[in-house]
Structure formats: structure tokens, C-alpha cells
Design a protein. Structure first.
Length: 110
């Protein structure tokens, strides 16, 4: 039997931005209550010029073991042609990443 290691897992659901922000707040509070010693950072991130005025409302929790938990709401600029072409819609996402995954993305993948 083959064994696999999961280094990262992500869940995403489509939600209008106001509903997303309310749900995100609840999730962030639950995480904060479960992982009290994690370093928390809240910020807005952009998706670059090619996606117009699209951005994300992000909360990161950096864990002591080097892993992270990220919760974010994507707010896509529906007037942007690439956003329309890719059919991006506003959504809520939660991602759990191990330190190995973070190291791979930061230092090896690109």
C-alpha cells in the first residue's frame, strides 16, 4: 500500500463579499481560540495589475512549527477581462500549509 504525505490542504466556497467577510470573521475567531500562540497578521493583498482592482482580505496565522493557516475573501473585479475569462467569483478560502509546503513555494517552485 502506498503512503502519501499531505503538505497542504485548501477549501473554497463561492460567497458574496459581505457574506464572506462575516463568515471569515467567525472562522478567524475560532482559529484564534484554538491556536492562541500563533502570530496573526491581517492585510489586503492584490492579484497584480492583470486582474484590475481585484484584491483579497487576508488573515494569516503563523504557527510555531513553521506552518501556517490562511483565511481570505477574494473580491474579484468583474469589469476585468481576465477575471471574466477565468470566471472568477468572490469566494472564501481556508488553507493549511506545513513548513515544508511553505519552503517549497518560497524557495523551490519558482
Amino acid at each position: 500500500m502506498k503512503k502519501y504525505i499531505i503538505y497542504s490542504i485548501k477549501g473554497i466556497i463561492e460567497l458574496q463579499v459581505n457574506d464572506c467577510l462575516a463568515k471569515k470573521k467567525k472562522i478567524v475567531n475560532e482559529i484564534k481560540n484554538q491556536i492562541s500562540n500563533a502570530k496573526r497578521e491581517d492585510y489586503k493583498g492584490t492579484y497584480g495589475d492583470s486582474f484590475g482592482s481585484s484584491f483579497a482580505h487576508i488573515t494569516d496565522f503563523d504557527l510555531k512549527d513553521g506552518g501556517s493557516v490562511r483565511v481570505w475573501c477574494s473580491e474579484w473585479d468583474q469589469t476585468n477581462e481576465k477575471v471574466k475569462d477565468y470566471l472568477y467569483t468572490d469566494s472564501l478560502a481556508v488553507n493549511l500549509s506545513s513548513k515544508e509546503q511553505i519552503n517549497f513555494v518560497d524557495n523551490e517552485a519558482y
